[in-house]
Design a protein. Structure first.
Lengths: 297, 137
């Protein structure tokens, strides 16, 4: 199962801008179900695709000597699921790039719908060879870098009611924590995840240094938010709006055990903000807030 | 523009970036040793300060400020601060206790010295430089 999500780069202006596409098809290994049970691309991985697109620009710009890794994002907003049969137009705008860090923001859309935005992303740049052989990453880039002229319009690619979806399309197992360690309904939740080398994303992320993709951890945390809400028994239903102040402070490696603490930062009739802190061996590895609003607001 | 005028906002941002209580932040506290900051936090902090104060803080600006008129070679040799470099650093980071500066200090160890006040000074310098540029323009 590849963990490379940009199918094609349509336009690349070094250190400035990059546009690409990702087709979501029944061949995708990372499919899940939306709330209505419809097959869709795992939401956090749209953010992964945007990050990878920005990374292609950065790596091309520095002649594949350095690669960005996930660091910080001030805000990630999933607007709606992307369904099988739809094509995501990915666009990343490089706001600043030097030899140590890239700063960018990104938008993913399907047709006229914005489906995901990523703002205030900061990625430290690290030596390429630590993560992947330069020849390999160059080959991967050559495979997908197929620019088109401006007449190409991926916005015309849509899911259609005529899609042929056979019953044997199976969603991926949910990206989730292994077990709940402690719970105080409506107040606090603590969960644990063992990181195994057998996970399908490690061969690509990365061949020379397998580390847990931040977006996988984010998806696990969104799953944990649903578990928290199910246990909380709040009188109102809440809907995910955005992930804020995301920060990956350290790499998580196969063999690590991630402990995540979820607590309520703010709760009122209109809004619920959950604060997450994840640790490995007592070291803080990832923090973020998940913002939800009451249904109907 | 002085430390007192920027400190409340800097304190709030540092607490937010490091996910700690504002009461844990005070002017003399060192970001790494006392408040647990890591390299990614410095990136985040600079980004947040730039946004809040509408300034640009180029990477390595603190070291550049400390170096003053010294050339790179006069400031450090093989990554280790020269005597002149150490004197310039001590003079620039006058808010840092003298016993924090150890002999044969490496350039990449300089961030260990940074306190909350260091960042307040950095912002004041950036704001004043910006004002000067606007006046010239």
């Amino acid at each position: 199962m590849r963990f490379l999500f940009v199918d094609r780069i349509l336009h690349l202006s070094p250190a400035t801008f990059v546009r690409g596409i990702k087709h979501v098809t029944r061949d995708d290994p990372y499919l899940g179900h939306d709330e209505q049970g419809r097959l869709c691309f795992i939401p956090s991985l749209v953010g992964e695709a945007l990050g990878q697109l920005a990374a292609w620009n950065v790596m091309f710009s520095n002649d594949f000597t350095l690669r960005p890794v996930a660091g910080i994002a001030s805000c990630a907003k999933p607007y709606r699921p992307v369904y099988v049969g739809e094509t995501i137009l990915l666009e990343s705008f490089i706001d600043n790039l030097d030899e140590s860090v890239v700063q960018y923001h990104s938008v993913a859309s399907v047709g006229n719908d914005v489906v995901f935005t990523l703002d205030g992303a900061l990625g430290p740049l690290l030596p390429m060879e630590d993560f992947i052989d330069v020849a390999v990453v160059r080959r991967q880039f050559a495979e997908i870098n197929r620019p088109v002229d401006d007449t190409f319009n991926p916005k015309e690619s849509h899911a259609s009611s005529e899609m042929l979806l056979s019953e044997d399309v199976r969603p991926a197992p949910p990206m989730a924590f292994d077990r709940i360690l402690s719970s105080e309904p409506g107040v606090y939740l603590c969960a644990e995840k063992h990181i195994t080398r057998a996970a399908p994303y490690f061969p690509d992320h990365f061949p020379n240094k397998p580390v847990l993709p931040m977006t996988v951890l984010l998806e696990c945390k969104l799953h944990l938010a649903r578990e928290f809400l199910a246990r909380a028994g709040f009188s109102k239903s809440y809907q995910l709006r955005e992930l804020r102040k995301i920060k990956m402070k350290e790499f998580v490696y196969p063999g690590d055990v991630v402990i995540s603490h979820l607590s309520v930062k703010q709760h009122d009739d209109e809004m619920l903000i959950l604060s997450y802190r994840s640790e490995v061996d007592g070291r803080r590895v990832c923090v973020l807030d998940v913002v939800m609003t009451a249904e109907g607001n | 523009m002085n430390i007192d005028s920027v400190y409340p906002k800097v304190r709030e941002i540092i607490a937010d970036v490091l996910v700690i209580g504002e009461e844990e932040v005070s002017l003399e506290r060192r970001l790494i040793a006392d408040l647990g900051a890591e390299s990614i936090d410095f990136l985040d902090l600079v980004f947040q300060l730039e946004k809040e104060f509408g300034i640009k803080i180029p990477r390595g600006q603190l070291e550049k400020n400390a170096r003053g008129d010294l050339t790179q070679d006069e400031f450090e040799k093989g990554g280790v601060l020269t005597a002149a470099g150490m004197a310039a650093l001590k003079s620039y980071l006058c808010e840092v206790p003298a016993d924090s500066f150890k002999a044969n200090m490496k350039v990449n160890e300089i961030p260990m010295l940074f306190t909350v006040e260091t960042f307040c000074k950095l912002i004041i310098a950036a704001l004043s430089e910006q004002t000067t540029l606007e006046t010239v323009a």
